[in-house]
Ligand binder design. Structure first.
Ligand code: TRP
Ligand code: SF4
Length: 331
């Protein structure tokens, strides 16, 4: 297998079902934008989902297919990028096993998100081997495709750091097999949820990419605006309004400036402001809905894309595992 001329970008997302605007602006949009400049491999991290949700896997298959349908609807292109499902590449487990051999427990226990999540997800028993080994599995994902660049949010920075350490340790012990993956920090604008907290499925405050025009209307109308603006005549402050970040994302620049000025002088009311936003959001999301309808009208299409992507991913992976066996003097 020849190395592609472009640098390899590798990234994954857990299968959380329909993609919401937080997922889109935080990750998937960047994935789409990177497709021309890099050789991209994007996957559904279903094995990673098992590190916390192993006790109930009933939703995982549906969530995987829904997520990929949305990825394709916003422009991830199987002609440009390799799109696949983590568990469809058995070498992921093989390489994770090998990295597990060389990863000191102390490194894993020191990852800041490890202790945090143990606390946060108290209702789940996360005293498992798999949960502790999350970064080992992630290292296998990246190294298997010899990824150079990993687009991540700031929250994943510590994971990537340990991936780099594991790769370095491997290369130091057995020879240079893997590039050291670099974080590719991409712009991630603020996307609050309907209630002003971070948009998240677990808060039930999301707007989905695939929501209908009517759903968008109802959700935006329900949004919290500037809490200090009790009466229509009170001047507002876009900086403390949860609607305004959406104008930044969906309204043209001139209109954003107008919203800002008219809000501060009380020349515009929140209801009109919401209607204005609804028009702009629906104009932007209509093509996504149309593409989604096209995709869902072709039964089996998403599975075909994943089958094809899986085949390519397994071919890369097989080549990498040959190099690993060679370097480690395995037969
Ligand atoms: N950790 C990511 C998440 O929680 C998913 C993921 C798994 C990933 N393996 C990866 C991201 C490798 C980037 C590279 O969504
Ligand atoms: Fe927010 Fe618009 Fe109301 Fe200002 S006018 S507080 S920006 S909804």
């Amino acid at each position: 297998m020849s190395e592609p001329a472009k640098k390899i970008v590798l990234s994954g997302l857990r299968p959380t079902g329909r993609v919401h605007l937080g997922n889109y602006w935080g990750a998937v949009k960047n994935w789409v934008d990177l497709q021309d400049q890099y050789a991209c491999r994007y996957f559904v991290a279903d094995l990673h989902a098992l590190t916390t949700d192993y006790a109930d896997t009933s939703a995982i298959r549906e969530a995987t297919l829904e997520a990929v349908t949305d990825w394709l609807s916003v422009g991830l292109d199987p002609e440009k990028s390799v799109i696949f499902v983590q568990s469809q590449v058995p070498q992921t487990a093989e390489l994770a096993l090998i990295f597990g051999m060389i990863t000191p427990l102390g490194w894993l226990e020191r990852v800041p998100t490890y202790k945090e999540q143990l606390q946060e997800l108290r209702e789940k028993d996360l005293g498992t081997f798999g949960f502790l080994g999350y970064p080992v599995l992630m290292t296998a994902d990246i190294a298997l495709y010899r990824g150079h660049c990993v687009p991540v949010g700031k929250d994943q920075e510590s994971h990537l750091e340990i991936c780099r350490e594991i790769v370095r340790r491997f290369n130091g012990m057995y020879g240079e097999v893997f590039p050291e993956p670099q974080a590719l920090f991409t712009a991630t604008p603020k996307v609050p949820g309907l209630d002003g907290r971070k948009m998240s499925k677990s808060y039930g405050n999301t707007i989905a990419l695939s929501d209908s025009a009517e759903e968008i209307r109802v959700k935006v109308m329900s949004m919290v605006t500037d809490p200090k603006r009790a009466r229509r005549a009170d001047p507002g402050d876009p900086d403390t309004c949860n609607l305004f970040p959406f104008h930044l994302l969906y309204s043209p620049k001139e209109e954003v400036a107008q919203v800002d000025a008219e809000c501060r002088s009380a020349a515009r009311g929140c209801v009109d402001c919401k209607k204005h936003l609804i028009r702009n959001m629906n104009a932007a999301l209509e093509p996504v809905r149309a593409k989604r309808a096209e995709i869902t009208a072709r039964p089996g299409y998403v599975r075909e894309v994943l089958e094809e992507g899986g085949e390519k991913a397994r071919a890369f992976a097989a080549e990498t595992m040959k190099r690993v066996a060679d370097a480690m003097k395995l037969l």
